[in-house]
Design a protein around this ligand. Structure first.
Ligand code: ADP
Length: 180
């Protein structure tokens, strides 16, 4: 596995769209095949690396910038890096792509109503009640990708189907070689 090619798979989408769920599924599949994988998740890094940041545009951009630097280092060292960040701004994602190089943008797309109905963290209810300012999709913008490498429709696909789409892309573009 020493000659493994590094790549960052960047999941962007609304809260509750399925970024973490799909990334975890892919991590599980790849680790089973002994690939070196790392997962960077918005909810987790915000309690460590970027715990000083909030949700203004400036802070969101800084969050993405610091994390893309970590992803860049991992990718450079041959790790398949799975990044799950709402990352609502196109410009910040473009900057991440430029820094990282091997970058696959995955638009985790589920309609806002679906994410709101799922509301797995109870955040939409609180945002609608005015308890969370600057909540993406409710009181803050989300700029969807214009030309992502992959689009997942998690309202119509199973987690397995969404994960399989990403795995197929990695195989078709020679980032991994296996028969998953
Ligand atoms: P995010 O990381 O984007 O905030 P999560 O992964 O935490 O979202 O939550 C997504 C929710 O949607 C989970 O409860 C998951 O089980 C559900 N879900 C249903 N279908 C899918 C799918 N195809 N892909 C990902 N998640 C799905």
């Amino acid at each position: 596995m020493t000659d493994q090619k590094g790549v960052t798979v960047w999941f962007t989408g609304l809260s509750g769209a399925g970024k973490t769920t799909v990334a975890k599924k892919i991590e599980e599949l790849l680790e089973k095949e002994n690939f070196r994988v790392e997962r960077l998740d918005g909810d987790i890094v915000r309690t460590y690396l970027t715990r000083d940041l909030g949700f203004s545009r400036e802070d969101r951009d800084e969050n993405i910038y610091r994390n893309s630097f970590v992803a860049f280092l991992l990718t450079r060292n041959g790790v398949i890096t799975l990044c799950s960040f709402i990352s609502p701004y196109r410009k910040a994602r473009k900057k991440a792509r430029k820094l990282i190089g091997n970058f696959i943008e995955v638009y985790v797309n589920a309609p806002l109503e679906v994410c709101r109905d799922r509301d797995i963290k109870g955040l939409y209810a609180r945002a609608v009640a005015g308890e969370i300012p600057q909540f993406t999709g409710i009181t803050d913008p989300y700029e969807h990708p214009v030309n992502p490498e992959i689009e997942l429709r998690t309202d119509r696909e199973t987690v397995e189907e969404s994960a399989a789409k990403v795995i197929s892309y990695l195989k078709d573009h020679s980032f991994i070689q296996l028969k998953l």
